[in-house]
Write a protein that binds this ligand. Structure first.
Ligand code: SAH
Length: 367
């Protein structure tokens, strides 16, 4: 596999000719097929708490946003969502939340342990920056993966948009190394088009994904939230060198494609943020540009609109089973199939069962 160099990445990030972009997406799609196959893995997302102690300048959950009604799911509610994930045929549940100190480590560990004991699901956590002891306890309880996007590899921009909680600055890149060392599959990722983010820094993000040898990489557009300093325009990080990268759909597809080519084995979702900026095609176009994962929402309906990291989030009105059907339809329309296993890094599933299913459908049609 030929690694793209920084100048090559930059050239592609500046590319806007449709014919060249089709070449790029086609290249990424071939790499995806060769390395991770045609399975699209479904990860059921449970947004377990919207409480957050942090003040991230982009995120609607930030503590200073007093407009938001906060919730924290009960243990039983979470377990029911996990059972639903299994019934719907998903291989993984992702439990995500703001950085909520009331999510106690032992409470969370018990939930992870229960899900691992009672289901065959892989468990992914995405609970922000927590202590090494907590990461260790959850890993021992059976958690398989941890998602912690580093948002941007530009250290100065990161500091500007991500105030630290303690005296020592937060270093998500270092935390990802810790997570890997603890035996987690580690997921990082970035937002595209953050005010103050340049093309150079996006190229740096892709090189960082590779250096860290990430197992999962989430990439979505920055979506302004009026209740945050970055979204309202109150904070405008300055660019010293280079040009502001747009938070456009095209920029996200380019980032997904270049990431797939650079990190061929990684699991890469076609994100809800992408579906938010193009409701009808966003998810599918992401899957055609190198992505191989989607994350259907399992959060109980009464909480959906309260987990408002950005406004007008796609699919918040769809029930879990509607979401499941819609996504499976999109996957089949691309000639791909929904994964049935855990879908960890480097697994290539063959579409055996879906062929049987297709055969059964033919038999039913013929009757
Ligand atoms: N507290 C957890 C989960 C945060 S929400 C954590 O810190 O990891 C998950 C992701 O949503 C974030 O990592 C960020 O990349 C994305 N996000 C937050 N605000 C956003 C916005 N305004 N636009 C687009 N994505 C956003």
């Amino acid at each position: 596999m030929k690694a793209l160099t920084q100048p090559e990445l930059l050239e592609w990030l500046h590319e806007s000719r449709p014919s060249r972009l089709q070449l790029l997406y086609g290249w990424a799609d071939r790499v995806r097929k060769e390395w991770v196959g045609d399975a699209v893995h479904l990860r059921g997302l449970i947004e377990i708490s919207s409480h957050c102690a942090r003040q991230c300048m982009y995120c609607g959950l930030r503590a200073a946003n007093k407009q938001l009604t906060r919730y924290r799911m009960e243990r039983e509610e979470i377990l029911n969502c996990a059972l639903e994930a299994e019934q719907l045929g998903y291989g993984t549940v992702v439990m995500q939340a703001g950085e909520d100190g009331e999510i106690k480590a032992d409470w969370m560990a018990e939930i992870v342990h229960w899900i691992k004991r009672e289901t065959r699901l892989a468990v992914t956590l995405s609970l922000g920056e927590r202590s090494q002891d907590e990461f260790k306890m959850w890993r021992q309880a059976g958690a398989d993966r941890y998602l912690l996007r580093f948002e941007t590899s530009d250290k100065k921009l990161f500091r500007a948009i991500h105030p630290s909680r303690y005296e020592v600055g937060s270093d998500r890149i270092e935390l990802l190394r810790t997570l890997k060392a603890l035996g987690y599959e580690a997921g990082g990722g970035v937002m595209v088009g953050i005010p103050g983010q340049t093309f150079e820094s996006l190229a740096g993000d892709i090189l960082t994904f590779r250096t860290l040898n990430l197992d999962m990489i989430g990439i979505g557009p920055f979506i302004p939230h009026a209740g945050t300093p970055l979204g309202s325009g109150a904070l405008k990080p300055l660019i010293e060198n280079g040009e502001q990268a747009p938070n456009s759909e095209e920029m996200v597809y380019k980032m997904i494609a270049l990431t797939r080519i650079t990190c061929p084995e990684a699991n890469i979702p076609s994100t809800t943020a992408l579906a938010t900026i193009n409701r009808t095609e966003g998810r599918k176009l992401g899957l055609k540009a190198g992505a191989n994962v989607v994350m259907p929402n399992l959060t109980p309906m009464k909480y959906r609109s309260l987990y408002e990291i950005y406004p007008a989030k796609a699919c918040i009105e769809e029930s879990a089973s509607d979401c499941n059907q819609c996504l499976r339809g999109q996957i089949h329309s691309l000639g791909r199939f929904a994964g049935r296993g855990e879908g960890g890094r480097g697994t290539v599933e063959v579409p055996l069962l879906s062929r049987v299913e297709a055969g059964l459908q033919l038999v039913q049609l013929a009757q």
